[in-house]
Design a protein around this ligand. Structure first.
Ligand code: PHE
Length: 403
């Protein structure tokens, strides 16, 4: 039931066997939460951007990009799992919804040495209070002349450190290791200075965002991205759990060469704005960011972080669905159908039972769907209608057999 053509932002693209975008997802491309001044996502965006003076900020790029921009230009291997149709939304084989703001790195690096990019990004995923198929990222990058980087960076760190206030406890146990290597083409001193500048800039950023927090705990851990080396992730301690807030690293020199900047060395980071906003505003469910309810948006003011006052929680309505699965089954495909049928009324989806029949070897799965609206009471009758529709769609689209 895939239409012949897919239209996004007034442009039309031919569909093919890769096409897996749905109307529910395409509707989201028009929302642009990061451009609504009193939306928490935009408030965090503006606060972070104000800590990077002199950076050129791009925030109106279309979410439709080529697989070249999103993957190839960033040194993703041809069999990288991020390319899978179960993880990524495709308009067709060559055109997709960006999965990260890094998709614009090459283009913006040809234009400037200090860059920020903020945008909506799209990933097929499970359903719960912290996952949504659309979220917002901010990308940052800074390039230095490779020959003078060490000196330039030392001065810049000294200048910006004296301006900082507040305390932050960071642990950085990461060293340059064989698993997280320096690029052969890089001078060691220039690379280490670049890494120092990166971590310094990001420590300053969180210190500013969490200035009300007396005792902010931050840690750096090793990571891997196809487009940086070495690479790290920053985590912050929130309610007893380490929360990943960003990925970063020293930019692969191939990318700088392709951007026409072979004499530069640089760092890049990409951070999730919802993750930070959930923590900073105390927002309990990621669906709230998409709410059109005044009781949500009216609570916020540009330039300030204030704790969200939850409106009363409405009762949940729980329904199970069981079926005999097949080899093509993927949980993300199932969740996509749930979102298409029921949208933001679904709070979470969990596999509660799974077994293989000893004789027929058929796999049985039972999913529990927790329906709950963020802004009103739902009736059992209305949820029954949705659940019936879901049962039909699951059979039609996944060719499974209901039990
Ligand atoms: N694009 C990466 C992600 O979405 C984050 C990242 C950006 C990592 C820039 C390194 C450098 O997870």
């Amino acid at each position: 039931i895939t239409p012949e053509n897919i239209t996004v932002g007034g442009k039309t693209y031919p569909s093919d066997s890769y096409t897996n975008v749905t109307p529910t997802i395409l509707e989201k491309t028009t929302r642009q939460l990061h451009l609504i001044p009193k939306h928490p996502v935009a408030i965090i965006k503006d606060l972070i951007a104000s800590g990077f003076p002199g950076f050129k900020h791009y925030d109106t790029f279309s979410p439709v990009v080529t697989t070249k921009e999103n993957f190839d230009d960033l040194c993703f291997s041809n069999d990288h799992p991020g390319r899978a149709v179960t993880d990524t939304y495709y308009l067709n084989e060559k055109i997709m919804l960006r999965t990260h703001t890094s998709a614009h790195q090459l283009q913006v690096m040809t234009e400037s040495d200090k860059i920020l990019v903020t945008a909506d990004v799209y990933r097929r995923d499970e359903i719960d209070a912290s996952h949504y198929p659309v979220f917002h990222q901010m990308e940052g990058a800074q390039l230095f002349d490779a020959k003078t980087a060490v000196d330039e960076i030392r001065k810049d760190i000294a200048r910006t450190t004296s301006a900082a206030s507040g305390s932050i406890h960071t642990t950085d146990t990461t060293l340059i290791t064989p698993e997280n290597p320096k690029q052969d083409c890089h001078d060691e001193a220039a690379m280490l200075a670049t890494a120092d500048h990166l971590k310094h800039s990001l420590n300053m950023m969180v210190r500013k965002l969490f200035s009300h927090e007396k005792d902010l705990q931050v840690r750096w851990i090793d990571a891997q991205f196809p487009f940086t080396s070495p690479s790290w992730e920053m985590e912050i301690l929130y309610q007893g759990k380490w929360l990943e807030v960003l990925g970063c690293g020293v930019i692969r020199q191939d990318i700088l060469n392709n951007a026409g900047k072979p004499d530069k060395i640089g760092w890049a980071f990409g951070l999730g704005l919802e993750r930070l906003a959930l923590v900073l505003f105390g927002i309990p469910d990621i669906r709230l960011f998409w709410s059109k309810d005044d009781r949500f948006l009216k609570q916020f003011e540009p330039g300030t972080i204030q704790k969200f006052k939850p409106f009363s929680k409405y009762p949940a309505c729980i329904k199970d669905i069981s079926f005999w699965s097949n080899d093509q089954f993927h949980e993300n495909n199932f969740c996509e159908i749930v979102r298409d049928v029921a949208g933001d009324i679904v709070e979470d989806v969990h596999l509660i039972d799974e077994f293989t029949h000893p004789k027929t070897k058929k796999r049985s799965m039972c999913y529990r769907i927790n329906y709950r609206s963020m802004d009103r009471n739902v009736t059992n009758d209305e949820i029954n209608v949705l659940q019936e529709k879901l049962r039909d769609e699951v059979v039609n689209r996944m060719k499974v057999e209901l039990r």
